[in-house]
Design a protein around this ligand. Structure first.
Ligand SMILES: Nc1nc2c(c(=O)[nH]1)N[C@H]1C(S)=C(S)[C@@H](COP(=O)(O)OP(=O)(O)OC[C@H]3O[C@@H](n4cnc5c(=O)[nH]c(N)nc54)[C@H](O)[C@@H]3O)O[C@H]1N2
Ligand SMILES: Nc1nc2c(c(=O)[nH]1)N[C@H]1C(S)=C(S)[C@@H](COP(=O)(O)OP(=O)(O)OC[C@H]3O[C@@H](n4cnc5c(=O)[nH]c(N)nc54)[C@H](O)[C@@H]3O)O[C@H]1N2
Ligand code: SF4
Ligand SMILES: [Mo]
Length: 739
């Protein structure tokens, strides 16, 4: 347990010991001046400068002195303080109480009472039904909170359940699987060296809106302008003419879900034209040559709609460029052949000598090397399978698409209690409405979240941690994907309010209570170590981890709160490879094996002339997955939840621009306004994810400003990539006028 007063701003003795004289204290209620902070809303991790008047944030700007973000900030960063001041944000634990009439109210409780209740219920479930009867789901902001990284995963591990789930399996598992297979570590994911490249191929990503992902690239717009100014090209493959496509030198429509054949056909062109120059530490190049002979540009055109000439030209230009970087993101990882796509993208970079080359794709060397030091494990696949569907795990997690059936199917190993942390799977995972039904039926659920949302409303107890401006931050994850090597530690701007807890304190308190209830399963030494780990603050953990890296110390970081520049990305291969033999197997059996499934799927292409359209997702600059819909600043203006479709597709169905339509898939149907735009590829429609906030006519605390519909009431939990990742893109739907 923690010693000291958990209500104090610095509650643990370790913290005070670590910071010494260089501590920047959180601002007091009457503080007027500026303070540096960091935006944790997306992967760009922009440094920000807050203007504070008498303790209130009056303006947020980008920090010009930040060596990575260089003064950039987007509209979400400007709104960061809106979350801090939001009266709907939860600050005390609440418990759901249902009266005899079935009406629900939420009652505040104190922390100790809440911790005890949660620990009692989880421990009782485990004692009665075994370890796997507790399911865990980690949402996206877990990756953006230091405390969650240092203490949250430890709590999850201590539960020792196989029913672990996260937003990763609706996002980037294909990248992780491919990196593990090729480079020996799931997070050894090369990033485009955008500042030095001359040819940037972007497949299924929209960094102009998303600010980049698995590529920490603040100020993407300026970096693209610079790329074009030095004569470089950016070529985009996307079924929508996106914000990124509009600033590209070329954009080509691709039929959703068919990128694998396009990318494999590009490899085919490299081989037939003799354009391959792989590095000496790569094996089985000839096997790849054989495998791609079946994928011709003409065949790819028939499936994807990308002209064969374009496929040839892109492959040739890519190989001829001084330095080229191929990059694919959510559009190509959340589809049926996500892993094949990511593999083909790596092959494109490797075969043209662009891996580990300045201007190609490179491996960042963060001050805390989460890969090389194995702070995060290498990865593994199929060490166990899900009970009902027999789906393999990856890196200790099962696909979240199987969660509903694991809760609803009776029997040994059934999930009877859930822990969710910083997530909203009811809106963010396939067939969310059915998942909501399952969560409503569960014996016990606890959510660690700052809002009452579509998911946490099913919890028995919600434990709300402090929000981002109240806690220390060091990006353990995103420095590993940054386009430049930098390091930055940002102390909390505001003191934790009385009666609040940091997320790491919540994890620590729950872990220790669970341990005492479940008995002394661990030997004394392990218990002492785990106590030390769980009671040391995140800042102390970071201080220690920085020591191991020897690139920069906590003292230096505290002296330079804008961040320390560690220079441009450098070649590190093959020394840094995490494979046993320090070589890359370009044709691993697991990925090659999936080509059979690809061939089979090409045989059964959908019949032409049907009424079917293919549904894809969409992100807007002012959205943040399913949250931030409670801030007026980010939600005003034209509604953006509409179904986008090509005007010809509207006309063909007798629909009018702006009219209400019913969109129906195998899984469900939604009613929404349709907008005709020729930015859509004909035959393709798009809805953003993270909407669909209306619940029984009442708005929850996370979204009083907007409603919309949830695209994940249409997406299909049966459609998975080989990695277990959900296939969100290319969902067959029909669209008709609302009757
Ligand atoms: N159809 C479709 N679905 C998608 C996607 C898509 O492209 N198409 N994208 C997918 C992707 S890439 C992702 S990452 C997922 C996201 O899926 P999730 O992670 O499940 O959902 P979020 O909307 O990010 O939910 C974040 C929750 O964390 C809470 N929160 C915010 N800050 C904190 C904090 O500091 N601590 C705690 N404890 N809670 C906090 C918010 O209140 C919110 O409830 O959605 C996926 N779903
Ligand atoms: N503003 C904002 N920024 C965000 C987020 C947010 O919600 N809002 N979320 C953050 C998160 S969690 C993530 S993971 C990142 C994601 O970052 P990105 O991947 O850059 O974002 P998306 O907008 O999902 O881009 C996916 C693109 O793929 C296209 N696409 C869809 N289907 C296909 C297909 O079959 N083939 C091809 N080639 N393209 C296809 C879509 O049209 C879209 O343009 O963004 C992060 N940043
Ligand atoms: S791009 Fe915007 S949301 Fe992302 S970190 Fe920067 S300011 Fe925050
Ligand atoms: Mo994501």
């Amino acid at each position: 347990m923690l010693s000291g007063d958990p209500d104090g701003a610095w509650s643990d003795p370790w913290h005070d010991a670590s910071v010494g004289l260089l501590t920047i204290s959180p601002v007091s209620d009457d503080f007027t001046g500026t303070r540096l902070g960091v935006c944790n809303l997306c992967e760009a991790i922009c440094g920000i400068r807050l203007t504070i008047e008498r303790g209130e944030v009056t303006a947020i700007r980008g920090n010009d002195a930040d060596p990575l973000s260089r003064g950039y900030i987007c509209p979400k960063g400007v709104s960061m303080a809106d979350v801090y001041t939001d009266p709907d944000r939860l600050k005390r634990p609440i418990r759901r109480v249902t009266d005899d009439a079935g009406d629900t109210t939420w009652v505040e409780m104190d922390w100790d009472e809440a911790y005890d209740l949660v620990a009692d219920r989880l421990a009782a479930t485990i004692t009665e039904h075994g370890r796997n009867s507790v399911g865990v789901y980690l949402g996206n902001p877990s990756a953006h909170s230091l405390g969650s990284q240092t203490h949250g995963t430890a709590l999850v591990k201590s539960l020792r359940t196989r029913n672990r789930f996260s937003a990763s399996s609706v996002d980037q598992i294909p990248h992780q699987l491919v990196s593990w297979q090729l480079y020996g570590h799931q997070l050894m994911i090369p990033v485009p060296d955008i500042d030095r490249t001359s040819y940037f191929l972007v497949v299924g990503a929209n960094p102009m809106a998303s600010n980049g992902s698995l590529m920490t690239v603040p100020d993407f717009p300026a970096r693209v302008r610079e790329l074009k100014a030095r004569g470089g090209q950016m070529v985009v493959l996307d079924p929508r003419r996106t914000e990124t496509a509009k600033v590209a030198t070329a954009h080509h429509f691709v039929r959703p879900g068919t990128d694998a054949v396009v990318l494999l056909a590009m490899l085919n062109v490299l081989f037939t034209d003799g354009l391959t120059t792989p590095p000496p530490y790569v094996d089985h190049v000839d096997r790849v040559r054989e495998l791609v002979t079946a994928f011709t540009p003409e065949g790819a055109e028939a499936h994807s709609g990308v002209p064969a000439d374009v496929i040839r030209q892109v492959a040739r230009d890519f190989a001829a460029a001084d330095a080229a970087a191929a990059y694919g993101r959510v559009g190509v990882s959340t589809q049926g052949f996500g892993s094949v796509c990511q593999w083909a993208i790596q092959c494109l970079n490797l075969l043209t000598g662009n891996l580990d080359r300045p201007g190609g794709v490179m491996f960042p060397e963060p001050a805390i090397d989460i890969v090389g030091r194995r702070i995060i494990g290498q990865g593994h696949f199929d060490a166990w399978r899900s009970r009902v569907r027999d789906s393999p795990e990856f890196a200790g997690e099962l696909p979240v698409s199987v969660l509903r059936e694991e809760i609803e199917t009776e029997g040994d190993g059934q999930v009877r209690a859930m822990v969710t942390m910083a997530g909203n799977p009811v809106l963010s995972t396939p067939d969310g409405t059915s998942l909501a039904r399952a969560l409503a039926s569960i014996d016990f659920m606890v959510s660690i979240d700052i809002y009452l949302n579509e998911t946490t409303r099913h919890a028995d107890v919600i434990l709300p941690p402090t929000s981002a401006l109240e806690r220390d931050q060091y990006d353990l994850v995103f420095h590993n994907f940054a386009v430049r090597n930098t390091a930055r530690f940002t102390p909390a701007v505001f003191a934790k309010a009385k009666g609040q807890r940091h997320d790491w304190q919540i994890f620590s308190a729950l872990a220790s209570r669970l341990q005492s209830r479940l008995g002394d399963e661990l030997p004394l030494k392990a218990r002492v170590l785990s106590w030390a780990r769980m009671t040391a603050s995140p800042a102390v953990v970071v201080t220690g981890l920085l020591l191991t890296g020897r690139k920069v110390s906590m003292r230096q970081l505290r002296a330079h709160p804008a961040g320390v520049d560690l220079g441009p990305l450098q070649p590190t291969m093959p020394a840094r490879l995490q494979t046993n033999n320090k070589r890359i197997d370009l044709a691993p059996a697991l990925l090659v094996g999936d080509l059979d499934r690809l061939h089979a799927s090409l045989e059964e292409s959908p019949s032409q002339g049907t009424d079917e359209l293919l549904l894809i997702g969409r992100r807007h600059q002012q959205d943040c997955n399913s949250w931030l819909h409670n801030t007026a600043r980010l939600t005003r203006g034209k509604p953006r939840h509409h179904l986008l479709m090509h005007p010809d597709d509207l006309v063909a169905r007798g629909l009018t621009d702006g009219g209400r339509v019913t969109v129906t898939s195998r899984v469900g149907s939604v009613e929404v306004e349709a907008t005709g735009v020729d930015d859509m590829m004909p035959g393709v429609v798009s809805l953003p994810h993270g909407y669909g906030h209306q619940v029984d006519g009442t708005r929850l605390g996370n979204a009083r400003q907007v409603a919309g519909v949830s695209i994940n009431d249409l997406t299909d939990p049966d459609k998975l990539d080989i990695s277990g990742n959900a296939a969100f893109n290319g969902v067959p739907v029909t669209v008709s006028a609302v009757q």
